[in-house]
Design a protein around this ligand. Structure first.
Ligand code: HEC
Length: 154
């Protein structure tokens, strides 16, 4: 990662020394994005709760009724942009519960607009997918049911 930043900086320096107007603008952009990524890698995603209404979630044995409800909501509100196993408009969601905390995932569902501005990992996703995650105005209970459904998709 450091090497990448150095390369970008070196390239920027070369571009600037050429004196062209347009390359200068580009050069100003790229290192900022690289910096953001470098910052993101320092945060352990399994400790990151994100930003939003969900502060703490209790997880027990898989609740089949909740899974069924979560699957129904997911199919109605999320499949326009997400597939479980394949990248689509948004990321594939298979294995998500092994990568991010329940709080982070539920805050991403309930509060995506703030997450993509204030949370480093969400910001990084926005840059990668160049599309914002849509707020589907779910209740906390609905988001929790979707989380339960995700637990069965690892
Ligand atoms: C209009 C398209 C769209 C809809 C509808 C949508 N999402 Fe997303 N979602 C995205 C995009 C794009 C991203 C990644 C970029 C970002 O966060 O801005 C994302 C990111 C996510 C992430 C983070 C994934 C990761 O790899 O960490 C989760 C979790 C998620 N969405 C769940 C949902 C759920 C659950 C629903 C339904 C309630 C939903 N999304 C509806 C577009 C959408």
């Amino acid at each position: 990662m450091k090497l990448k930043i150095l390369t970008v900086l070196a390239l920027s320096a070369i571009m600037m020394s050429c004196g062209g107007d347009k390359p200068k603008e580009k050069a100003a952009d790229s290192p900022a994005k690289e910096d953001m990524k470098a910052e993101v890698t320092k945060i352990d995603p399994m400790k990151d709760k994100g930003v939003g209404p969900i502060k703490s979630v209790t997880i027990g044995d898989i609740d089949d009724a909740m899974v069924a409800n979560g699957e129904k909501i997911f199919k109605a509100k999320c499949t326009a942009c997400h597939k479980i196993s394949k990248r689509f408009v948004g990321p594939a969601l298979k294995g998500i519960t092994k990568k991010q905390t329940p709080e982070w995932i539920m805050n991403m569902i309930l509060n995506p607009d703030v997450m993509v501005v204030e949370n480093a990992r969400a910001k990084e996703l926005l840059i990668e997918y160049s599309a914002p995650m849509a707020n589907q105005n779910l209740t906390e209970e609905e988001a929790r049911a979707i989380y339960e459904y995700f637990r069965t998709k690892n």
